[in-house]
Ligand binder design. Structure first.
Ligand code: SF4
Length: 286
């Protein structure tokens, strides 16, 4: 008999099961799984099937995505100039990466350097391990992130958490930041002058953490990390040498929520990251 779950655990497990199934993953476990957890997974799988059956009913409501709703997985359309990242500066990781991040946050302060400060509630600096081997870079805060001051905490964040878990990692083991630290109005794509003003802080964060692998989530992150506009299709599926690190480009989780058919492509990209990190293919942390 399936174990009774509290609603939050049930929703998280349903999302996790759905995500793994979309990736084509079935049952790979890195750690032994006890009977109670197996029962919970079975219940989640059952709920996933039930919710998808309900979603196929004609009167079902479409999925509402509140974060990055304007995000398009193409090159940034404007022809305004994009600043290139620091050309060299392959510095060694600072002796105290956590202290370096604190200094960068202090330097940003109550920032008014670009127009995005006018609409923000909370500045979203970054989150995760200062000594992470893997770092994700997204576009900018959405409504949930703006309210909480943390990156990727809404629906797209839940999907990113599942992507991280599918890699056999925990969210607290990676570092997550965005191209801009304040929410663009209506979740629009940041303007080049906004992104160019904010990215020096992102580059400092990258230099503080010095991850082995950087994953650019979506076209905006890829554009400003690489300093060039290119369609996402031409950037995915390979490793870009990046200032002494490995850069991999994949879809933004908000885009994957809109078009779940691309999850397998995203998983292929993440497997490249796993290979670079020496992580076991197909290992799923329960
Ligand atoms: Fe400052 Fe960046 Fe916020 Fe603009 S987006 S106000 S540069 S922290």
């Amino acid at each position: 008999m399936a174990q009774r779950l509290d609603p939050a655990t049930r929703d998280a497990l349903v999302e996790r099961v759905r995500f793994y199934r979309d990736l084509g993953l079935t049952e790979f476990y890195r750690r032994p799984v006890d009977a109670a957890r197996l029962a919970a997974w079975a219940a989640a799988a059952e709920l996933t099937a039930q919710s998808e059956q309900a979603a196929s009913e004609p009167d079902s409501q479409p999925l509402q995505i509140t974060h990055a709703s304007n995000l398009v997985e193409e090159a940034i359309p404007t022809r305004k100039p994009i600043s290139a990242p620091p050309a060299t500066g392959i510095a060694a990781r600072p002796a105290d990466p956590a202290a370096a991040l604190v200094l960068i946050r202090e330097e940003i302060g109550d920032c008014t350097r670009c127009a995005l400060h006018k609409g923000r509630n909370k500045l979203v600096f970054g989150d995760g391990s200062p000594v992470a081997r893997l770092m994700f870079v997204g576009e900018g805060p959405g409504a949930d992130e703006d309210a909480q001051g943390l990156p990727f905490v809404g629906k797209a964040g839940q999907l990113l958490n599942n992507m991280i878990a599918a890699m056999g990692l925990k969210r607290e083991e990676v570092y997550i930041a965005n191209v801009v630290k304040c929410r663009p109005p209506g979740n629009r794509t940041p303007e080049p002058d906004e992104a160019n003003t904010c990215t020096p802080f992102l580059f400092k964060q990258i230099d503080a953490v010095r991850p082995q692998v950087l994953v650019a989530l979506g076209a905006t992150a890829a554009t400003y990390l690489l300093g060039q506009r290119q369609p996402l299709a031409g950037l995915r599926g390979r490793v870009h040498p990046y200032r002494g690190m490995q850069l991999i480009v994949t879809y933004h989780p908000a885009y994957l929520l809109r078009d779940p058919r691309q999850k397998k492509e995203a998983w292929a990209d993440l497997q490249i990251a796993m290979r670079e990190l020496g992580l076991r293919k197909g290992a799923v942390s329960s």
